[in-house]
Design a protein around this ligand. Structure first.
Ligand code: 5AD
Ligand code: SF4
Length: 492
């Protein structure tokens, strides 16, 4: 399946919508025997790598795996492009502007490659799973040395060696998802750790490229996830984020056991680790058992990211989201009843093909009804190969932009109001580091993921503190450090 530029077309089969929809139930094998061949373990001695990551937390976490692999091959990290012997762009395909950034970057990197021909330049991540992108790189950026996909990250050591010795571009992109490789090395840093619980997505929302670039849903075995979380707790991580494109579908693919996301959360709840988060949820599979488990609290924080995408039933149907506005609002009602302090955040798309002013207003009214604390908002971006790309993208750009501004203004009113409610309260904050704009101020997060600024000694970085909230601008909250130490046991 590995190929070089000349015979590329023989081997590279791009994911196709029709084939993807025919996804069968073939067994996914789990492999526990990964290791880097002896002869590749010193290949990066005295050499440096640099990885630029775009997109979601899944990509960020893949970058940790890639770093882990490279460091086991003796490469060392650098931030300096001139020092780097290998530069990888770990890309995102979810919207066009993410892709434009990568193509722009490749233009800049060309100069570097000309100055240092031994530099290995690679493209990986979601964009490399798209046929159009790979063709464009081959035609317009032939100086790229290596392209690999999201299903074959574990092949990096062998591919890198091939790229070093080959004059042709080395391309290996598996259109069919691979098996689950359990024991890949991961370079984790800081106090927060990501943990994959599943890969891929079978939802096929009509606007979304992810089911093609990330393949079908495959859940990691519960024992493997729990062992990894226990190990992270032992290493002293303070917070973990469980990752999946649609975590609520966790376990649907198990044929031998009846074990779903609620069961997993209930087991992880018992691990001695201060905070556990998860992302991202799909309203369709969010079941009552999960709500019941989340309501137990403890290390399960009261923040739920629940993408709604639109408040209009007609648009939700055309997006193939498989729930209605009423279903979503009922779910929100159940969550709020069971977890009164729950903070809800969301993803919302404006300007989906055919969205009328009235349908957009239904999104605004849903936002007001739920009172989201925050939402990521996007202008619809057609993705080649998805069903929505065949719908007429009929809304003028200015209208889309005006809708985005109005939506953000509406959301800001609720963010501000929810922040204001915190004034005078004392909150538990995990201090993550110095604030970006002022090194004398520390920045941390509440259980509900709100950004908090506080003046306190730097030794507190990585620890829990109490902060008495005094000021509440829109995008963060500010307060005074309450000096009594926080007992970690109280968070579990
Ligand atoms: N256009 C705009 N936004 C999109 N998203 C996914 N695909 C597209 C697209 N084609 C948004 C959705 C999703 C988030 C990760 O990105 O809101 O939840
Ligand atoms: Fe994309 Fe929908 Fe899957 Fe989310 S649930 S990754 S939006 S297809």
């Amino acid at each position: 399946m590995t190929t070089s530029t000349k015979d590329y077309s023989k081997y590279f089969q791009p994911p196709s919508y029709t084939d993807a929809k025919k996804r069968g139930k073939e067994e996914i094998e789990v492999h526990y025997d990964f290791s880097i061949p002896e002869e590749l373990r010193e290949i990066g001695k005295d050499k440096h790598y640099l990885i630029q990551t775009y997109g979601c937390q899944m990509n960020e976490h893949d970058t940790e795996t890639i770093k882990g692999l490279l460091e086991q091959m003796s490469y060392r990290p650098t931030e300096d492009r001139k020092q780097a012997d290998i530069i990888l762009l770990n890309t995102c395909a979810v919207r066009e502007n993410a892709e434009d950034k990568v193509f722009g970057e490749l233009g800049h990197l060309k100069k570097l490659k000309l100055e240092k021909p031994s530099l290995i330049l690679g493209v990986c991540g979601c964009m490399s799973q798209e046929e159009g992108v790979v063709n464009r790189i081959m035609k317009k950026h032939p100086f790229v040395d290596l392209i690999f996909g999201t299903h074959n990250i574990h092949r990096l050591p062998a591919l890198l060696k091939e790229a070093m010795f080959s004059k042709e571009m080395v391309i290996e992109v598996w259109s069919k998802e691979g098996d689950i490789i359990e024991n890949l090395p991961k370079k984790r840093e800081g106090i927060k750790a990501w943990v994959n619980i599943m890969y891929g997505c079978d939802k096929f929302c009509t606007y979304c490229i992810v089911p093609y670039t990330r393949g079908k849903e495959r859940s990691r075995r519960p024992d493997d996830v729990i062992a990894e979380v226990r190990d992270l707790a032992r290493q002293g991580f303070k917070e973990i984020m469980l990752l999946g494109q649609n975590v609520n579908a966790y376990g649907k693919d198990f044929e031998d056991i009846e074990y779903r996301f609620g069961d997993l959360m209930d087991d992880i709840r018992k691990i001695d680790l201060p905070r556990v988060r998860f992302t991202t949820s799909h309203p369709r599979d969010f079941d009552d058992h999960l709500i019941e488990v989340l309501a137990k609290g403890g290390n399960l924080v009261e923040h739920i990211h629940l993408p709604v995408q639109s408040g209009s039933n007609a648009i939700l149907k055309r997006m193939s989201r498989k729930y209605t506005r009423e279903h979503y609002l009922e779910l929100v009602r159940k969550i709020k009843a069971a977890i009164p302090d729950a903070v809800l955040t969301s993803d919302i798309i404006v300007g989906f093909p055919g969205e009328t002013d009235e349908q957009f207003e239904e999104t605004i009214s849903l936002v007001k009804e739920v009172g989201f604390d925050m939402a990521f908002t996007f202008i619809y971006s057609p993705r080649e190969g998805t069903p929505a790309a065949d719908m007429e993208d009929d809304i003028p750009y200015e209208v889309k932009q005006a809708r985005l501004v109005r939506l953000n203004d509406t959301l800001n009113v609720f963010s501000k109001a929810s922040n204001e409610r915190l004034k005078g309260q004392t909150l538990e904050v995990l201090i993550e580091g110095e604030s970006k704009n002022n090194p004398n101020v520390l920045a941390g997060r509440t259980r509900t993921n709100k950004l908090v600024h506080v003046e306190a000694p730097k030794e507190l970085i990585g620890q829990f503190v109490h902060v008495h909230i005094t000021e509440t601008p829109t995008f963060y909250i500010k307060g005074d450090w309450v000096k009594e130490p926080v007992a970690e046991a109280s968070q579990a």
